[in-house]
Design a protein around this ligand. Structure first.
Ligand code: SAM
Ligand code: SF4
Length: 323
């Protein structure tokens, strides 16, 4: 599978729900969003049918995301069904980690390979302020549960916001000294309806790395062996894990983009931003072949996103597009 610019597409991010148990300031309004009705959401069998049609075309890696994927009932059943598809080599999960201590073992047993955990603070009061729900989330507990279940290499995603959590950059980086965890600092993207967050809250990754250097010299690093995406990695002296930066706001990595996304209601999106998507669900439900729709979607995959030119609030929240 190649797009019009010759980029090989082997990675699909699957959103299994648009709903979430958190309300992160940068992602979802407190009152929630207009949720998709249940019958518009792909059933697990339908998700698997799409993956089965994409695998022979070169799809190799999957990520289950949302919304918050762990709140969809029987998620381990989907993992097991995807694991059985020929050609799929790697299945990862993106989660806010709240339910990981309870679910990690079951997900690993079903065939999940690894997890990314989103965490924007190590302080309980601040987690509650940023996620606007107190669900007793504790990053170290969640990451340890995932690690004990064999769901590594464990990546931890931190959205850095000036004046909100940027004073914890060094604390997050310090976790990588003793733990084999890969902490990735993400530049805040002004998408969705960020009523209280603006460009002033964006901390460029170059500044993040400067602040990490207070802990020690940073050496460039290849990063975790599996699932390399847009992050660029470094390592503190003698550290067990690495520190990555993801720079949607200050650099574009679109030339290496190897991914497409499936929304919870069955649209194939070829770029996180913009309106490049092709609806698959109704054709699938009518029993029509999907290959012509895949071809159309890839022919329209844009060369790069235009995030920097867009206005605050002019884009859909990441929870709606399977961020
Ligand atoms: N609920 C899961 C989670 O939080 O990991 C999966 C979905 S969430 C939309 C995926 C990732 O998008 C998270 O790491 C989250 O921090 C990130 N994200 C959401 N909105 C963002 C924004 N405005 N800027 C930067 N990252 C964002
Ligand atoms: Fe939920 Fe993830 Fe969005 Fe936070 S970032 S509101 S956890 S979907």
């Amino acid at each position: 599978m190649q797009d019009q610019f010759g980029r090989g597409i082997e990675y699909l991010r699957i959103s299994v729900t648009d709903r979430c148990n958190f309300r992160c300031q940068y992602c979802m309004p407190l009152e929630g969003l207009p949720w998709l009705p249940k019958d518009e959401i792909l059933r697990y069998e339908e998700i698997v049918a799409i993956v089965q049609q994409l695998a022979p075309l070169g799809l190799r890696r999957l990520r289950i995301t949302g919304g918050e994927p762990t709140i969809r009932p029987a998620l381990a059943t989907l993992v097991g069904m995807l694991r059985a598809v020929d050609g799929i080599e790697d299945i990862a999960l993106s989660t806010n980690g709240v339910k990981l201590p309870a679910m990690a073992e079951e997900l690993a047993a079903a065939g999940l390979d690894r997890v990314n955990i989103s965490a924007d603070s190590l302080r309980p009061d601040r987690v509650a302020a940023i996620a606007r729900r107190s669900l007793d989330f504790d990053l170290v507990r969640a990451a340890t549960a995932a690690q004990d279940a064999g769901l590594g290499p464990i990546k931890i995603n931190v959205v850095v916001m000036r004046g909100i959590n940027d004073d914890e950059i060094a604390d997050f980086a310090a976790l990588t000294v003793d733990h084999p965890w890969h902490v990735r600092f993400i530049e805040l993207m002004p998408v969705g309806e960020l009523r209280d967050l603006t460009w002033e809250h964006v901390v460029p990754s170059a500044e993040v790395l400067d602040r990490v250097r207070a802990l020690g010299a940073l050496a460039p690093d290849a990063g975790p062996a599996r699932g390399n995406g847009p992050a660029v990695y470094h390592r503190l002296p003698g550290a067990a894990g690495t520190i990555g930066v993801i720079t949607p706001m200050t650099h574009t990595y679109c030339a290496q983009c190897n991914r497409v996304r499936l929304t919870a209601d069955g649209r194939l999106r070829t770029c996180l931003f913009g309106d490049h998507e092709v609806a698959l669900r109704d054709a699938l439900r009518r029993g029509e072949p999907l290959a012509p729709l895949f071809t159309k979607a890839l022919a329209e995959k844009p060369k790069e996103h235009a995030l920097l030119q867009m206005q605050v609030g002019g884009l859909r929240a990441l929870s709606q597009v399977g961020g």
